[in-house]
Design a protein around this ligand. Structure first.
Ligand SMILES: Cc1cc2nc3c(=O)[nH]c(=O)nc-3n(C[C@H](O)[C@H](O)[C@H](O)COP(=O)(O)OP(=O)(O)OC[C@H]3O[C@@H](n4cnc5c(N)ncnc54)[C@H](O)[C@@H]3O)c2cc1C
Length: 415
């Protein structure tokens, strides 16, 4: 029977963070990934917040960054028109990347530190007393396990650490990648070659919990939609249909014109914020990290999953190392829970607890998205008499002012 200090299950950002850090700290680590290649199962929108990678990964400057995000754009869409708010700055804290490529690059760094990375094998079970991982009909003994199996927590549920997601706690995302030339992207998005754009969309064609996105890569554009599963079920929304409608909207299509689709993927994403984090994050020396633990923050205009996943892997690794230094790997779970509680991940999730109530309110995705467009349309329409801003706002908000004030107050406080 093979023996390792620690086994990591899953080669996404969480598992790679855990394996990297443990190997760097001198542990004998095995990472098992079910995909034929590390990274091939990873799906996301398109942007990664850089801080933890800059801090923890040696040689990060050589990472496959596509573009540093210098423009943030929020667009309200109705079926024919749009209103965009843009923030542009030379300061940046995030970059666009192709996640499959980025995770593959991280996996190479993990191997450089001395961990063994084995793709193409699915872990079937994790057992306690003694701690073992069952894969490919073999049992692998170890002192600790990090389960970083992503949003489908099969092994974690089997161990009773967490239950399955409810439909209102996850969203389904569809993402497509379009090939365009670098110069076309630069001119269409009005950026230089190393500058990127993150554009989030609210309103058409979803008009309920969810939205659209566009991220610019070097010579490709990532585009897609995300819809919360309960809303998709309730409103009979086919995610593939809304993805197509979104892409066909003139103010989206204009960015993709002439491009060819080279990639298509769909995936679930945790959407429950702090409410999606289970009460326990371990069973003895078996720790859970990343999406499996629900570490994703969606504030409506930013989504953080990849950096939180990687950082939770780092904290899991440090907890295992600390417990082993004391001579009792069984303590690693408790140490990990303490570290997570004190970490930026939980502080951020806690800080935006109220954002969950704001984002629960479908008026932001429907009524107010349309209203933004109508107000701007009213101001700029001079085909006949021009309209004063005051008159347009009063007209478009007739009968809903108090409700709107209360909704916007809660949004200011929560987001
Ligand atoms: C549409 C969409 C848009 C998103 N946009 C963004 C964004 O722009 N920015 C951002 O930061 N986050 C975004 N996210 C969230 C982000 O993708 C995740 O939070 C992050 O990738 C989670 O990493 P992870 O390592 O926990 O899980 P994953 O990347 O899912 O990795 C889990 C790995 O475990 C493997 N695995 C599972 N079970 C087993 C098993 N039994 N044996 C072996 N291997 C196994 C899987 O094959 C997979 O490779 C988005 C998500 C979606 C779906």
């Amino acid at each position: 029977m093979d023996r390792f200090d620690a086994v990591v299950i899953g080669g996404g950002a969480a598992g790679l963070g855990a394996a990297y850090r443990m190997a760097e700290n001198g542990l004998n680590v095995l990472l098992i990934e079910r995909g034929e290649n590390v990274g091939e199962k990873s799906v996301y929108g398109g942007r990664i917040y850089s801080r933890v990678f800059e801090e923890y990964v040696k040689g990060f400057k050589d990472a496959p960054v596509e573009r540093w995000v210098k423009k943030e754009r929020l667009t309200f869409l109705d079926d024919k028109e749009s209103v965009s708010i843009e923030y542009s700055s030379d300061e940046t804290c995030s970059f666009t990347a192709i996640l499959t490529k980025f995770n593959r690059w991280l996996s190479d760094r993990v191997e450089d530190t001395g961990a063994l990375v084995v793709p193409g094998i699915m872990v079937e079970d994790v057992k306690l007393n003694p701690t073992r991982v069952v894969a490919d009909g073999e049992e692998i003994e170890c002192d600790a396990v990090v389960i970083a199996e992503g949003v489908n927590p099969m092994l974690t549920m089997k161990l009773g650490i967490r239950g399955d997601w409810k439909p209102e706690e996850v969203a389904v995302g569809v993402k497509e990648v379009f090939k365009l030339s670098e110069s076309e992207i630069n001119s269409r998005f009005d950026v230089e070659s190393d500058e990127g754009v993150a554009n989030l969309f609210v309103g058409y064609p979803i008009f309920t919990h969810g939205g659209g996105f566009i991220y610019t890569n070097k010579d490709t554009v990532s585009v897609g939609v995300v819809v919360r599963v309960d809303s998709a079920m309730k409103n009979k929304i086919e995610v593939y249909d809304v993805a197509e409608k979104f892409r066909a909207h003139k103010d989206v299509a204009t960015f993709l014109k002439g491009g060819s689709m080279i990639e298509y993927s769909a995936h679930l994403v945790p959407e429950a914020g702090i409410r999606g984090v289970p009460g326990e994050l371990h069973r003895n020396s078996i720790l859970i990290a990343g999406d499996t633990a629900g570490f994703v923050l969606n504030r409506g205009f930013t989504i953080r999953g990849v950096d939180f996943a990687f950082y939770s892997g780092i904290l899991a690794a440090d907890s295992i190392r600390e417990a082993m230094d004391i001579g009792d790997a069984g303590l690693s779970g408790q140490i990990y829970e303490n570290k997570i509680k004190e970490s930026l991940i939980m502080k951020e999730l806690e800080k935006f607890r109220k954002a969950l109530n704001v984002l629960e309110n479908t008026r932001f995705f429907d009524e107010y998205a349309r209203m933004m467009v109508e107000i701007m349309g009213g101001i700029f329409d001079v085909r006949e008499e021009s309209n004063r801003l005051y008159d347009v706002v009063m007209d478009k908000t007739k009968g809903r002012k108090l409700r709107m004030i209360l909704d916007f107050l809660s949004a200011f406080r929560g987001l």
